[in-house]
Design a protein around this ligand. Structure first.
Ligand SMILES: Nc1ncnc2c1ncn2[C@@H]1O[C@H](COP(=O)(O)OP(=O)(O)O)[C@@H](O)[C@H]1O
Ligand SMILES: N[C@@H](CCC(=O)OP(=O)(O)O)C(=O)O
Length: 361
């Protein structure tokens, strides 16, 4: 069968994999594995980003005393992830296929070397017909350094792996143009990249086991679509949803973010998702801001820099801040912080941030 995409990232939310009482919904998991297996047999490369560790651990053990939120996350994810991956392994084995576990943390995307190392790990799995199943390593992640949720992680993986599409499966058909419980609200079928303001539709509420909610899904989806990747939000509880999305396209109910056709380099894609790893700040004056906002691609020169905050190494990610204290974007530093400070105001030096290593919000 001809499918619309040949390389996809599929993010499965906790709610898709759990029943109302919090137990793992094996029937649903099995149905999703069947679909991934069908696609895989037809030559579609799939990376799964699966939530559900905390939810499935919670239903497995009863803690002796009341746990604080960090202890609960660590305990439940340690048990739940083992249970989850074990189940996936058995389900794929029934199809004669092998899956492998990739547990990651935000820090593993922080430097270009770590980023490329992770990409290599998933490439080698795909080349060997192994289906990567990725989750955040909640057991050892430091709270302040965690991903907002697995939607953010799936966006990073989709861009890192150069996917044709990112499919975010949740417990709802897509983004509604109002409160989803309102009978007059309908699913928005198409969204044009990052240009539309969706905040008026999306409620802050989230489903019972989810972490980030629809708002994170929207902002991630817009960013990833702007990088040239189709993003689809669809209902993972619906039978045959994955195969339908790839085979029938727009006939299947979902929200589809239309990808930008402007090419974006792989370095820029990495930088675009790197704000959370920034090690310092580059403060620039008005003239430098005007140059950055001009249509022509412009580097940040030391002559337009007024202050350097924080300690960073060459090639670390830094935030770019204007005179009003507003963040304009992020970039990869061409000097370490000590050298950059010493050279503030200099002319005729290489740029502090070259435009190839610059991402403006
Ligand atoms: N406009 C909207 N359209 C669709 N869902 C919405 C909207 N506003 C808020 N939501 C909520 O977002 C939830 C999905 O996000 P989330 O709880 O993070 O799911 P997941 O666990 O799949 O990541 C839905 O169940 C719904 O309650
Ligand atoms: N790593 C966590 C994922 C938490 C999360 O992001 O959940 P969701 O919003 O349902 O995708 C887990 O496996 O429980």
């Amino acid at each position: 069968m001809a499918y619309l995409f040949t390389r996809i990232a599929v993010k499965i939310g906790s709610n898709v994999l759990t029943r109302k009482d919090g137990t793992l919904d094996i029937t649903r998991m099995s149905a999703l594995v069947d679909q991934v297996a069908d696609l895989h047999r037809e030559g579609v490369e799939v990376v799964l980003i699966s939530s559900g560790a905390v939810a499935s651990g919670r239903s497995e053990i009863k803690a002796g005393k009341k746990l604080d939120s960090v202890s609960a996350r660590q305990l439940y994810s340690a048990v739940g992830q083992a249970k989850l991956i074990n189940r996936y392994y058995e389900l794929f084995r029934e199809h004669g296929m092998t899956c492998g576990q990739v547990l990651t943390t935000k820090e593993n995307f922080g430097s270009r070397t770590h980023y490329l190392n992770q990409k290599h790990c998933m490439e080698v799995m795909l080349e060997n017909k192994v289906i990567p199943i990725v989750n955040e390593n909640d057991t050892i992640s430091v709270t302040e350094l965690m991903f907002t949720d697995n939607d953010e992680l799936s966006g990073l993986i989709a861009t890192m792996m150069g996917m044709d599409a990112l499919i975010i499966l949740s417990n709802i058909d897509g983004i509604y143009n109002g409160n989803p419980s309102d009978p007059t609200a309908t699913v928005i079928r198409e969204i044009n990249g990052g240009k539309e303001d969706l905040s008026e539709y999306v409620q802050a509420s989230k489903s019972s086991f989810g972490r980030g909610g629809m708002l994170t899904k929207c902002s991630i989806a817009q960013k990833v679509a702007d990088e040239g990747i189709t993003v689809i939000i669809a209902n993972g509880k619906k039978d045959n949803i994955l195969v339908d999305l790839l085979a029938k396209g727009s006939q299947t109910v979902c929200t589809r973010f239309i990808p930008s056709d402007k090419p974006v380099s792989s370095v820029k894609k990495w930088i675009a998702h790197s704000e959370g790893f920034a090690k310092g700040e580059i403060h620039i004056n008005r003239g430098a801001e005007e140059a950055l906002r001009a249509p022509k691609a412009t580097s940040i020169l030391l002559v337009g820099v007024t202050r350097i905050a924080g300690d960073f190494e060459k090639d670390d990610i830094v935030k770019i801040i204007n005179e009003a204290g507003v963040q304009l974007g992020v970039g990869c530093a061409g000097y370490d912080s000590t050298e950059a400070r010493a050279l503030i105001g200099s002319r005729d030096k290489k740029p502090l941030i070259h435009y190839d290593y610059l991402y403006l919000d």
